[in-house]
Design a binder for this molecule. Structure first.
Ligand code: G6P
Length: 613
């Protein structure tokens, strides 16, 4: 979390910095700051609040300078306030630093520096590191870049840092470990950012810094990189494929709504070149070489967090059902600290939209160290997780900016479906007729999703009725149980209404006690093996005066009669229902949040990319 930007070149830095921070605001938005050097003067502006607040705060102040850095923060150490906002000053105030990540040993480092007379103004770990760097620079009388290198050898934790110093008005120093950093290379200029989104409109040529690398970014010179162990590296320049239009709202009020509406297209993109029902082919090029590992695997373990974890649960149903491989779905944060049993013939599938989630990354490293095969399902191309895995398949959903994940979820489920079908076909655990039937059904999903989007007005009407609820329950069974969890997560994260997702039958073991006439119960009651069972669960809710809002299959009559409101979705095979039934729940949460006046794209306390554990 936290977004960082930097610029050095022949243009004014501030316009890039402020616009770049806005693009990166999904990474954190509790405080923001910038620093530029103009005529030997270091001008630093920072305040609590969003990037727009910073821009207003700066007003007409001097923002001149062709070198500068900027930061948008998601607080880890110290409450969000002006002092804790980045950039953080060194002791002399001659240099400043921005930082994404956590310096885990900041306590002992701070104590040691205090003993040497350092006084700290903020509660941040960042301030400790910039003090340490300056201390080394002065005491050991080494160049600033060398001081950065020495200091980073003392640091435990994760960081992406950029340093701006009055003494070096023609050079920026950047380094990373565990947190991402991209350097865009323009003509006589460099752009630095946490991801490529702020850079794409200026240059397509980028270098992704690797862990424990330091970049020496000097005006008018070639980019220089060395490791913290002092080994020179040749920068590897890649070309960005990202398109600028993908980063704009395109006429929608919010990114989240735009991304919900993009799903017919994004699901198609996830399948493009991988599926042909006509030819009876499903093929994921990225994992071809690893298919035998799947076939030999006695177990698949999914590791993920948040919405991606819910996609993993759908994956569990798919792989067990179709490919007959036992599956475990693990919260990456639990898995990594549990001393888990990992076998060499395990296939670990890491699912992550951002490809940067710290816990998922750590879970991968742990499983890798035990000899397992690691497959990634990521959305962000070139992300840390994508690079840490042995092989994988990108979801190709395009950039997801809204903090609440929508199109990334359906893209993950699409890729998992393709993968499970492919492996089932290779293993011979699926009949030819079922295989062909599912390929055709899958190909038809984007059009069916489009039909659900056309129900927007009806969904908005229902949202208006339940917008003032204080609690909500989401129920599903089998393949729709993970959708119930995801529906509840969407509602709580953007509208701040307490919501729980439950397997419909499990409701009797607790949540039923909460049901009264005030409680909306959203039930996914589509046609399938559990339909009759879900009907019974609905009766149980009705008997306690709960309000039923049901997602039903087109043409349904039984549940429709019992429900207070129902939303029809097109019929599809049971295993594909998650892809369609997630959509009305996304829209419902969106409208409720908007009606409650919440900031749907940037909900409080959340961040899109969680690069701290
Ligand atoms: C954060 C985001 C969620 C996301 C989760 C996992 O909590 O707000 O939307 O599902 O992280 O992120 P990942 O990028 O690994 O899918």
């Amino acid at each position: 979390m936290c977004g960082i930007v930097g610029y050095i070149g022949n243009k004014q830095a501030y316009p890039f910095l402020i616009k770049g921070l806005q693009r990166l605001e999904y990474r954190g938005y509790d405080s923001a700051g910038v620093a530029m050097i103009d005529n030997g003067q270091l001008n630093v502006y920072k305040c609590k609040g969003k990037v727009a607040d910073l821009h207003t705060f700066i007003g007409d102040s001097n923002t001149k300078g062709t070198i500068g850095i900027g930061h948008t923060r998601w607080a880890t150490h110290g409450v969000p306030n002006d002092v804790n906002a980045h950039p953080q000053y060194s002791a002399s105030k001659n240099m400043v630093m921005i930082h994404n990540g956590i310096i885990e040993n900041y306590g002992p480092l701070k104590a040691e520096l205090k003993k040497r007379g350092h006084v700290f103004l903020s509660d941040t770990d960042t301030e400790v590191l910039i003090h340490l760097i300056e201390d080394i620079h002065q005491k050991e009388n080494v160049r600033l870049g060398e001081a950065v290198r020495i200091a980073l050898n003392q640091v435990v934790g994760a960081y992406a840092i950029v340093i701006l110093s009055k003494e070096n008005p023609d050079e920026l120093f950047a380094a990373k470990k565990g947190s991402p950093m991209v350097i865009g290379i323009g003509k006589d200029e460099f752009y630095i950012a946490s991801d490529a989104t702020p850079i794409v409109e200026y240059t397509k040529n980028v270098v992704y810094l690797e862990d424990e690398e330091i970049a020496f970014i000097e005006r008018g010179k070639e980019l220089k990189i060395k490791t913290i162990k002092n080994k020179a590296k040749t920068p590897y320049v890649q070309e960005l494929e990202l398109k600028l239009e993908a980063l704009e709202k395109g006429g929608f009020d919010h990114f989240m709504l735009k991304e919900i509406y993009e799903q017919p297209r994004s699901i198609k993109d996830s399948m493009r070149g991988r599926l042909s029902a006509e030819k009876g082919i499903v093929n994921l090029g990225g994992i071809t070489e690893y298919e035998q590992k799947f076939i030999n695997a006695k177990r698949i373990v999914f590791v993920a967090c948040g919405t991606s974890w819910h996609a993993g649960l759908v994956g569990e149903y798919l792989f067990e059902d179709l490919a007959r491989i036992p599956v475990e779905v693990e919260y990456a944060s639990e898995f990594r600290y549990r001393n888990p049993i990992v076998y060499e013939d395990d296939v670990i599938i890491a699912i992550s939209q951002s490809g940067e989630t710290a816990d998922t990354l750590a879970a991968i490293e742990l499983a890798k160290s035990k000899g397992a095969t690691i497959i990634g399902i990521c959305n962000v191309v070139g992300s840390s997780i994508a690079r840490a895995t042995h092989a994988g398949s990108y979801t190709h959903a395009g950039p997801e900016i809204g903090v609440a994940s929508t199109k990334a979820f359906t893209a993950q489920v699409t890729v998992l479906t393709l993968m499970a079908l492919r492996i089932a076909h290779c293993k011979g655990t699926i009949s030819s007729s079922r295989f062909h039937q599912l390929l055709s059904e899958l190909e038809a999903i984007p059009d069916k999703v489009q039909k659900v989007l056309e129900k927007n007005d009806q969904i908005k009407f229902i949202a208006d009725i339940y917008k003032n609820s204080t609690n909500a329950l989401y129920l599903g069974r089998g393949y729709t149980f993970p959708v119930a969890l995801e529906g509840a997560l969407k509602l709580k994260e953007i509208s701040y209404i307490h919501a729980e997702g439950y397997p419909a039958a499990e409701m009797k073991h607790g949540p039923i006690a909460l049901i009264d006439e005030e409680m909306p119960v959203f039930v996914i009651a589509t046609k399938g093996t559990s339909y009759e069972k879900v009907v019974s669960n609905i009766q149980e809710v009705k008997a306690r005066k709960g309000k039923i809002i049901a997602i039903v299959t087109e043409g349904d009559t039984q549940v429709k009669e019992m429900a207070d409101y129902s939303i029809e979705i097109p019929e599809t095979d049971e295993i594909l229902v998650p892809l369609i039934s997630a959509i009305p729940l996304q829209l419902l949460s969106y409208h409720i949040a908007v009606m409650r006046g919440c900031n749907v794209d940037q909900p409080r306390n959340l961040a899109k990319s969680v690069t701290v554990e």
